[in-house]
Design a protein around this ligand. Structure first.
Ligand SMILES: Cc1cc2nc3c(=O)[nH]c(=O)nc-3n(C[C@H](O)[C@H](O)[C@H](O)COP(=O)(O)OP(=O)(O)OC[C@H]3O[C@@H](n4cnc5c(N)ncnc54)[C@H](O)[C@@H]3O)c2cc1C
Length: 322
């Protein structure tokens, strides 16, 4: 059993930013995640000689607090501006779309190096003993801390909290349960030659069943192979959730044909059960001070990397002000 001040479940951008703020303030923080690496929906994946960003493609910045982190990441060589102009922008000047230097996962990897992060630990059960939270993982590890921050997608956080048998949200529980996420299917394809995407390497599509396509070679993260990430809309994902890759992959490749430009060498698909929240909570985090519990993530901050980041930042402030 290991003791820390705050246990953070979820090493997505919200959990990592919250943890780093708490650690900077002098608290002992432990972060656990079920994934092979940190980042959650900010994810970069290798396949053969190709590299794909297959979750978030870029992030934008509106809030000065998040901009301060991004400026620091720029200085550290962790992020760069990918592109500024997109045909659908109302402002002709556009605005920066940032990406990780070697793929989006550069950001969570950088944040995690300064923290105590254990990956590959899926928490399956929570309990609270007098004043201490105890999280049990699928491998049998038990982690204890007086304060718990849960930053997984909200339905997963609530399912975990239900295992504790506690009344953790009183009258708010039903409203928290009503927060829903959109699903999406992603097809990652390696092409035999250049794609037909514009030089930026990104197109937002308004025609069904696709939402956008990105060329990871033009983006600068897959130097040895043309690797395209194709993202479906939510309706297609609902319709084909149970279909094998051999069904949904070719359908998405056919819909993307005009942007491919070269034959497909190989492809695989990924199912995202939680892309972004459809109806986020009205505050940036949910805190129950009586049981030292805070919930954070994009379900609170809003449907983007920046929303999740701001949720993590404000969750840390809430914990520190206690
Ligand atoms: C395909 C896709 C494309 C997107 N594109 C963009 C984009 O271009 N720009 C943008 O701004 N946003 C985009 N988003 C949204 C953005 O990625 C998310 O809003 C943001 O990354 C969410 O961060 P988070 O910290 O709230 O959650 P997550 O990143 O989901 O982190 C939660 C973590 O909790 C872990 N976890 C879950 N359950 C357990 C458990 N039981 N035990 C241990 N760990 C657990 C998960 O492994 C995960 O790492 C996209 C999302 C998707 C899926």
């Amino acid at each position: 059993m290991s003791e820390t001040d705050v246990l953070v479940i979820g090493a997505g951008v919200s959990g990592l930013l919250c943890a780093s703020q708490l650690q900077d303030a002098g608290l002992k923080v432990r972060v656990v995640d079920k994934g092979r690496g940190p980042g959650g929906r900010i994810s970069t994946r290798r396949q053969a000689d190709a590299r794909f960003d297959h979750g978030a493609q870029f992030f934008t910045v509106r809030d000065a607090r998040f901009q301060a982190f991004v400026d620091q990441w720029m200085q550290a060589g962790v992020v760069r501006e990918w592109f500024r102009h997109s045909p659908e922008d109302s402002n002709p000047q556009g605005y920066p779309r940032y990406c990780g230097m070697e793929g989006m996962a550069s950001v969570p990897r950088y944040l995690a190096t300064q923290l105590d992060v254990a990956c590959g630990e899926r928490i399956t059960e929570l309990s609270r003993n007098i004043d201490v939270w105890i999280a049990t993982s699928a491998s049998g590890a038990r982690l204890a801390a007086p304060y718990l921050l849960l930053s997984t997608p909200l339905p997963q956080a609530l399912a975990l909290l239900d295992t504790s048998g506690l009344d953790y949200a009183g009258n708010d529980k039903a409203a928290l349960r009503r927060i829903r996420y959109a699903k999406a299917l992603t097809t990652m394809a390696i092409l035999d030659g250049p794609s037909a995407l514009p030089q930026t390497g990104f197109v937002k599509l308004l025609q069904k069943p696709l939402a956008w396509i990105a060329d990871n070679k033009l983006k600068g993260i897959s130097p040895h192979a043309t690797a395209v990430t194709i993202h479906s809309d939510a309706e297609f994902a609902e319709q084909h959730w149970g279909s094998p890759d051999e069904t949904c992959g070719p359908l998405m490749l056919e819909a993307a044909e005009q942007w491919l430009g070269s034959p497909v060498r190989e492809y695989c698909c990924h199912r995202w059960g939680f892309t972004t929240p459809l109806n986020p909570w009205h505050e940036k985090h949910y805190t129950n001070p009586a049981i030292k519990l805070t919930l954070a993530g994009d379900a609170f901050g809003g449907a983007r990397v920046e929303g999740a980041a701001l949720s993590g930042i404000e969750a840390a402030e809430a914990i520190l002000h206690r």
